[in-house]
Design a protein around this ligand. Structure first.
Ligand code: ARG
Ligand code: ASP
Length: 714
């Protein structure tokens, strides 16, 4: 009886843990079909992925190297996020044509702007190649041999798969190498910028609203994919034609309501769903706090500078966006893990696993060995965290790295090449940053002091020295280094030859950097780290395999690995904390509530305001049937329970009929632990309502010709 009870409780736990959780493999979606239909889906798994017929998958693209995009017209028109197209919008912006600030709309095809370096990838087909990849691998094969065999097999299989075609194939491991899938892809490189709203729409709310709900960001941009006359990928040419996709998404104007079924189809980057309590503890309670503290220091100084002038704001904007993005996410992640008692939950599961494994030779030692491997990994991992978040925090140390490289180069002509690239970099650096030396100096000093206090920069002096002395020492290093002296550095580089290497090595900045990376010379440490890391990969392979044997009825989703996935759930609000309930959608009214002409991120364009005051929303507005007298409102964003992560940005959010209702672009802060632990009560993805996107294109930008290309369903 007791055993039966345990089984019931365990399987209930397994099922409830998986409600709404998961990023599923399109090819295997048949396994989820019944569940998806029960949740409200009206199309079939085959409508989503079908190897023989055009299907939704043909409309989904990997955008660049880390976002998702989707076709919305039969002429290659593509939607993604504003923050995904950001660097291309910036690249084409000048003071005269500031597309980033003012937006950009191609009013005809000739105005569309080529984006060299940008590619989009369409999945042609995928295949389970596990048995072929593991051919020749036996339980006795050593890890080293295993890797060699697998690499050889992968090369053979991918070569064969694309022979005689223009396709490219890659094979990726799933479940830590228990399974392998091949992806045969078609890559388009002629991609042109078509439209982007002004920043105060596309990035409305900026870093303050980032990772937060309620949200009002019009986070979208548009591109068009071009192909050769045979409709196949071709390098940029003025003669190329808009690509005719096999499938483009239909757009639903029906709107959303709480409880509606939704799914997200895109390219999630990385999750770590199956790691042990040690890994969760390391990330949430050891590494995140260090990273957060060190980034707090940097952000304090950058934000001060940015508040001083528009010029400084522009200079630091994009680096601050990326520093702040991680900084804020890690805070939410750590709070979320601890709120859920995530480490204890993992330990609880580990106890039940161990109980199950005790009489199985294959699995008995897996958890104890993983624990040992983490003990080895942890101290070095922390040291590396200090390296990337403190040592590399300042421009000064970033530059010191390049100069150390020069000092270590004894080939005269190689050194000359380095010198000329350093000179070029200096032109840029000193014209941009000489005004802000104080910012970089303060960041350098404070981050090193922080690291020294934690016992990680003992080369600066021992604890007896005291903080003030260390600070003074660091200031002296900064001020005494020729790297921070434009003229001295110019003269030195002008006369450089390898005979001057020692002088460079004696520079206090270069010297300090050299000391700070002593870990790189510690062969024993590096070997120990490499071994611990490899052990963890190997042991996780067994652990995950064991988990699946232990719970044969659970459909385990594989961790995200930047391959195409489907996540499904429904539109739903949530309670972020006691006494507060978040509705699942936001409207233009919220933009007006947030408006603040004095704060850059909350400026509202006069044109948008006038549309609001006139309630001029065209066919995109929302009329509350219960309150028609109030007139229409304009939906802006919504949240849902789809399991997403970085890389899902730009992914289409689809309804029960597979029609586009929104663009995924973020997650709610209270649920950012979802890469490690998913909680259906807190984890929500944030979506741009497609109607706001269309309203901006049509009514705000006057680019109705773009909407006319799309297939809208009322
Ligand atoms: N948090 C989102 C993501 O991780 C959006 C980041 C871009 N937006 C920003 N305000 N920094 O990519
Ligand atoms: N904002 C993320 C992205 O750019 C999405 C997320 O992390 O939820 O992919």
């Amino acid at each position: 009886m007791k055993k039966l009870l345990t089984i019931i409780i365990m399987s209930a736990m397994a099922v409830s843990a998986l409600a709404d959780e998961g990023m599923w493999i399109p090819m295997l979606l048949g396994r989820n079909e019944a569940d998806m239909k029960k949740a409200g889906m009206r199309i079939s798994a085959k409508d989503i992925y079908d190897i023989n017929n055009a299907c939704l998958k043909d409309a989904i693209l990997l955008f660049g190297g880390g976002c998702t995009g989707e076709f919305v017209s039969n002429e290659g028109l593509l939607l993604t996020n504003h923050h995904c197209g950001y660097s291309y919008i910036v690249k084409h912006s000048t003071v005269e044509h500031d597309y980033l600030t003012n937006g950009f709309w191609a009013m005809n095809r000739t105005e569309e702007i080529p984006c060299p370096g940008l590619s989009v990838t369409r999945l042609v087909r995928m295949e389970d190649v596990t048995s072929r990849v593991l051919e020749g691998v036996t339980p006795q094969t050593s890890e080293g041999e295993r890797a060699t065999i697998i690499e050889g097999n992968i090369n053979k299989i991918t070569d064969e798969a694309v022979k005689g075609t223009h396709y490219k194939a890659i094979i990726k491991p799933f479940y830590y190498g228990n399974q392998y899938f091949m992806y045969v892809n078609e890559i388009f490189t002629d991609v042109r910028l078509v439209g982007a709203p002004p920043s105060n729409i596309g990035k409305f709310g900026g870093d303050t609203d980032n990772w937060m709900w309620p949200r009002h960001t019009g986070d979208f941009s548009m591109f068009r994919v071009y192909a050769g006359s045979d409709n196949k990928p071709a390098p940029y040419s003025a003669d190329n034609k808009p690509y005719k996709p096999l499938k483009h998404l239909e757009i639903s104007l029906k709107g959303i309501k709480e409880g509606d079924f939704t799914f997200v189809f895109g390219y999630p980057g990385t999750t770590q769903r199956y790691v042990t309590s040690d890994a969760v503890e390391l990330a949430a309670n050891i590494e995140n706090p260090i990273r957060i503290d060190l980034r707090t220091i940097r952000l304090k100084h950058y934000n001060n500078a940015m508040n001083q002038s528009a010029g400084q704001r522009l200079k630091y904007a994009s680096r601050v966006a990326s520093i702040a993005n991680g900084w804020k996410k890690w805070q939410g992640e750590t709070q979320g893990i601890n709120r859920l008692h995530g480490v204890d939950k993992k330990k609880e599961f580990e106890r039940s696993f161990q109980q199950w494994a005790n009489d199985k030779a294959e699995y008995r030692d897996v958890l104890p060995q993983l624990h040992q491997a983490y003990d080895k990994l942890r101290p070095i991992e922390v040291e590396l965290t200090y390296f990337s978040e403190a040592v590399r925090a300042s421009d000064f140390m970033g530059r010191a790295q390049s100069y150390l490289r020069l000092a270590n180069e004894d080939n005269e002509s190689e050194a000359a090449k380095l010198v000329s690239s350093l000179k070029e970099a200096n032109n840029q650096y000193f014209s941009d940053f000489n005004l802000h030396t104080a910012v970089d100096r303060a960041i350098f000093v404070e981050t090193f002091v922080y690291m020294w206090k934690a016992g990680y920069a003992t080369y600066l002096g021992d604890a007896a020295l005291g903080t003030d002395a260390i600070k003074a020492k660091l200031e002296k290093i900064y001020d005494g280094s020729m790297l921070n002296d434009k003229e001295k550095l110019r003269k030195f580089l002008d006369g450089y030859n390898t005979g001057k290497a020692n002088k460079l090595k004696d520079d206090p900045g270069v010297k300090l950097y050299d000391q700070a990376i002593s870990i790189a010379r510690d062969a024993e440490k590096i070997a120990s780290y490499g071994k611990a890391y490899a052990d963890i990969q190997r042991l996780m392979r067994s652990y995950v395999k064991g988990m699946m044997e232990m719970q044969p009825d659970v459909n385990f989703f594989p961790d995200a690995n930047l391959t195409l996935r489907v996540a499904y759930g429904h539109v739903e609000g949530f309670r972020p904390r006691d006494g507060v309930y978040y509705k699942p959608y936001s409207t233009l009214q919220g933009i007006m509530e947030k408006e603040n002409p004095d704060i850059y991120d909350y400026v509202v364009e006069p044109k948008l305001k006038s549309l609001y005051y006139r309630q001029d929303y065209g066919r995109y507005g929302l009329l509350d049937p219960a309150n028609r007298a109030a007139g229409p409102d304009m939906p802006v964003g919504f949240i849902a329970t789809n399991h997403t992560t970085g890389g899902n940005s730009g992914s289409p959010v689809l309804d029960a009929d597979g029609r586009l209702i929104g663009l995924n672009f973020d997650r709610c802060w209270e649920g950012t632990m979802s890469d490690l632990l998913f909680d259906p009560d807190y984890c929500r993805n944030i979506c741009l309502d497609i109607r706001y996107c269309l309203f901006i294109i049509d009514k705000f930008a006057g680019a109705k010709h773009l909407v006319d290309e799309m297939t809208l369903i009322d």
